[in-house]
Design a protein around this ligand. Structure first.
Ligand code: PA5
Length: 469
C-alpha cells in the first residue's frame, strides 16, 4: 500500500480532559460500525427507518466496487469507459467546460486545483500534454462571468480556419444528479446553443451529460442521443459523489489518474475499518473535533491549508461538513484558510480573537516538483542573502512551526493532517477520510448526515419569484 496521510492531534490533547477520548471510544466505534452497517442496509433494499431517510451510504464501498469491476470486466468496466470517453475528448477538443454546482462541481474543482499545473489553462497544448483547457461554469448565475467564457470560446471557434481541429473545439460536460438544478440548467442552454451553432455536425460527441437515472437532463440526453451519457448511481448523494462519474470523468479528461484516486479512497476505507482507535485517522479526527466542540465550545472548524493547491479541497470540505451536519440548529461551522496568505488576514483573529476555533492544518508534504530557492544577489538591500540557498519548503516549514507555536503559546488548539505529498492517491484518501468522518460524526450526534432539506427553501422561493414574472 502507498503511504497514507496521518492525523496528529497531539498539540490539542492538553485541551481535552484526561480520559475523555478514552471515554468516547465505544461511542465512536459504535458510530463507525453503524456507518459501515448502513452499507448493508442500503444494499439489502430493506425499508429504511424514517430517521435514516435518506440513506446515501453507497459512497463507502464504491471505490472498491469500481476497482473490482475494472479487474473483472476490463474494457467494459465503468473505469475503462470513463477513460475512453476522456481520451476521445482529449484528442478532439482543446477546451472543456464543466457545468455543475455544489456536489456536482466542488470535488472536481478540488482535484483540478490540487493535481494540475496551477497555470494549466495558460499553457500551450504541448505544455498541457494534450489535456484540454478546463473551465467551470453553471455554479452561479453571474451573467458577466458566463458571457465572458461564452464569448471567448465562441471567438476561438470563429477564428479557427479548420473548424474540426481540436484547437477550435469546445466540449461540455454537464453534471446534475437531479437534472433540474436551475443554475446548471440555464448555463447548459447557453453552452449547448454555442456548440450547436459552431459545431453542428459534432453535437452528439461534444456534449457529455452526467446525471441520475431519471429527471429532465436524463430525458433531454436520451432524446438528443449524445454518444456518451454517464449515470450518477443511486444511493450516493451529491456531496459524496466526487469519486463517481461526477468527478471521475472530468478528472480523467484533466489527465488525473482516476485509478490512483479510487485506490487512495479504498485504502482509506480499509484503514477506517481496521485501524485501532488512537491510530485511526477517521475515528481520531472525529473524536478530537467532537470533544473540543462539545466540551470547549470550539464550534468553528478551520481547515488551514498550507499551499494554494489545497484551498479548493477545503472549499469542498466546507460544503460536506456544512450540508451534512448543519441541521437541527447544531453542527460545527467549517471555514477554509490558505496559508501563509491568511496569516496576513484571518491570522489576527485566530491568534487573539474569540476562543471558538479548532484549527486543523492540512500539511502538503513533499512538493510535487523540485523546489526553488532564495537567490543570492551582490546588492543585498533586502538583506535576504542570509537566507540565500534556502528552499521555499524550508521557509514554509518555518511558517508552519512558527504559527503553531504562536497558537500553542496562547492556548489555542491545533491538530495536523500530514500528507506524504500531493498526488491522486493522496487526494483520494483525503476525500474518503473527510466523507467517512462526517458520516461517523453524524451517527455519533444523532444527525442524519445525508440529505440537505435546508437547501430546498431558497430554490422554492427563487422558482416562485421567477414564476411570478
Ligand atoms: O450535496 C448535494 O446533494 C447538493 O450540493 C447538490 O450536489 C447540488 O445541489 C447540485 O445538485 P444536482 O447535482 O442535482 O444539480
Amino acid at each position: 500500500m502507498s503511504s497514507l496521510l496521518e492525523y496528529d492531534p497531539s498539540a490539542a490533547l492538553k485541551h481535552i480532559a484526561p480520559g475523555r477520548l478514552k471515554g468516547l471510544q465505544s461511542a465512536i466505534e459504535a458510530a463507525r460500525d453503524e456507518t459501515l452497517n448502513d452499507v448493508e442496509l442500503w444494499q439489502s433494499g430493506a425499508a429504511v427507518p424514517p430517521e435514516k431517510d435518506p440513506l446515501d451510504a453507497g459512497f463507502i464501498q464504491w471505490p472498491e466496487e469500481l476497482l473490482l469491476d475494472l479487474q473483472e470486466n476490463g474494457d467494459n468496466s465503468l473505469i475503462a469507459r470513463l477513460e475512453a470517453c476522456a481520451a476521445r475528448l482529449r484528442d478532439t477538443v482543446d477546451s472543456v467546460v464543466v457545468l455543475g454546482i455544489g456536489g456536482s462541481y466542488m470535488g472536481m474543482r478540488a482535484m483540478f486545483e490540487a493535481l494540475n499545473n496551477p497555470y494549466h489553462n495558460e499553457l500551450c497544448r504541448n505544455g498541457r500534454a494534450g489535456v484540454p483547457r478546463i473551465y467551470f461554469e453553471g455554479w452561479n448565475v453571474d451573467s458577466d462571468n458566463q458571457k465572458a467564457l461564452l464569448n471567448m470560446l465562441d471567438k476561438r471557434a470563429e477564428r479557427a480556419e479548420d473548424k474540426a481541429a481540436p484547437g477550435a473545439r469546445t466540449a461540455v460536460i454537464v453534471i446534475s444528479k437531479s437534472g433540474g438544478t436551475l443554475e446548471t440548467a440555464v448555463s447548459f442552454r447557453n453552452f449547448r446553443d454555442m456548440i450547436e451553432r459552431r459545431f453542428p455536425d459534432a453535437v452528439k460527441q461534444l456534449i457529455v451529460p452526467v446525471t441520475g437515472d431519471s429527471g429532465k437532463l436524463r430525458d433531454l440526453a436520451n432524446e438528443a442521443g449524445f454518444d456518451d451519457i454517464f449515470s450518477i448511481p443511486d444511493g450516493i448523494g451529491g456531496r459524496f459523489s466526487v469519486l463517481t462519474p461526477v468527478g471521475l470523468l472530468p478528472a480523467a479528461v484533466a489527465g488525473i489518474n482516476i485509478r490512483e484516486l479510487l485506490q487512495g479512497a479504498a485504502d482509506m476505507t480499509e484503514h477506517m475499518r481496521s485501524a485501532a482507535y488512537g491510530s485511526n485517522a477517521v475515528l481520531d479526527y472525529t473524536a478530537v473535533s467532537h470533544a473540543l466542540e462539545i466540551d470547549s465550545d470550539l464550534r468553528i472548524r478551520i481547515l488551514s491549508t498550507w499551499g494554494s493547491r489545497l484551498e479548493a479541497i477545503g472549499l469542498w470540505y466546507d460544503q460536506l461538513l456544512a450540508e451534512s451536519l448543519g441541521k437541527h440548529e447544531i453542527g460545527a461551522t467549517p471555514l477554509t484558510g490558505v496559508n501563509t496568505r491568511d496569516l496576513h488576514s484571518r491570522g489576527q483573529q485566530h491568534q487573539e480573537g474569540r476562543r471558538d476555533k479548532l484549527i486543523t492544518n492540512l500539511l502538503p508534504g513533499k512538493p510535487m516538483s523540485d523546489p526553488i530557492s532564495v537567490l543570492k544577489r551582490d546588492d543585498d538591500f533586502d538583506q535576504l542573502n542570509k537566507f540565500a540557498g534556502f528552499e521555499l519548503p524550508r521557509i514554509l516549514q518555518a511558517a508552519i512551526e512558527g504559527t503553531n507555536k504562536a497558537y500553542a503559546d496562547e492556548n489555542r488548539p491545533t491538530t495536523d493532517i500530514q500528507l506524504p505529498t500531493i498526488n491522486a492517491h493522496v487526494v483520494g484518501q483525503i476525500f474518503q477520510m473527510f466523507m467517512l468522518a462526517t458520516v461517523v460524526e453524524g451517527r455519533l450526534v444523532g444527525t442524519n448526515p445525508y440529505g440537505q432539506p435546508g437547501v430546498e427553501a431558497y430554490k422554492k422561493n427563487m422558482n416562485a419569484i421567477l414564476a411570478g414574472g
